[in-house]
Design a protein around this ligand. Structure first.
Ligand SMILES: *Cc1c(COP(=O)(O)O)cnc(C)c1O
Length: 230
């Protein structure tokens, strides 16, 4: 079941790439299987079906699973991160998508330094200015990018955003479109160490549109694993 759904999502991504108009059709997309609130057995199934990227949003849950999962995977932290959990985040995650403040960036940098690690990160943008969501506002983006570029134990790799949960999913399109334009601009910035290559946007209900508009990383849970039980 998970295997089937995983391949369906892969196929939908391929079709969405074909529908791209402003974005190169062959720019590959990484599919992150979001396993939060699903058990290790489900993670194994997804990995055996071909998933190499998995996404979690809570440190405690990720740590428990990390210790029990005997399969190789690239770990993505997609949820909001509290500064006091930065140490654990650096320990378990290959890419942290949710850096949205100077304070957090400095904490991750410090903890990565202690582990002798250079931590790959994305900066999360709150383009829709939703109060309920994390992410830096557009006007504060440049300053945070410049800071993360120079902190020695961080490598800035791109941008992430979460679209509002509209009833009509087409309403996400202008936002994804604008994010892609910002991403293109950011790629041209004269950074020192940053390597801007990822635009992480799109979830189960809106990933086809995100891919059409230029996402090259999508975070999909429900469409692969079914609804989460809380
Ligand atoms: C849970 C989550 C997802 C996946 O959501 P689905 O709707 O289940 O695909 C993607 N991104 C973030 C940040 C999440 O917290």
């Amino acid at each position: 079941m998970i295997e089937e759904k995983f391949h369906e999502v892969e196929a939908e991504i391929a079709r969405s790439m074909e529908r791209r108009t402003r974005v190169p059709k062959d720019e590959p997309v990484r599919l992150i299987a979001v396993t939060k609130n699903h058990d290790v057995a489900a993670m194994r199934e997804a990995i055996d079906a071909g998933a190499v990227d998995i996404g979690e949003n809570r440190i405690q849950e990720a740590r428990d699973k990390y210790e029990r999962l005997e399969r190789k995977a690239t770990w993505h932290l997609i949820g909001h991160l509290q500064t006091n959990k930065a140490r654990q985040a650096v320990k378990y995650f290959d890419l942290i998508h949710s850096v949205d403040s100077e304070h957090l960036a400095r904490a991750i940098d410090r903890e990565a330094g202690k582990l002798g690690k250079v931590q790959d990160i994305l900066v999360q943008v709150n383009l829709a200015r939703e109060e309920s969501k994390s992410g830096v506002f557009r006007e504060d983006l440049r300053a945070l990018l410049d800071l993360t570029d120079v902190l020695p134990n961080l490598r800035l790799c791109g941008l992430m955003c979460i679209a509002p949960n509209y009833d009509d999913v087409e309403k996400c399109r202008p936002l994804f479109h604008e994010m892609y334009e910002i991403y293109q601009k950011v790629k041209e910035f004269p950074f020192q160490t940053a390597n801007i290559k990822y635009l992480s946007m799109g979830m189960s209900h809106d990933y086809p549109i995100a891919v059409e508009e230029g996402a090259n990383m999508v975070r999909v849970g429900t469409a692969i694993f079914g609804p989460r039980q809380y």
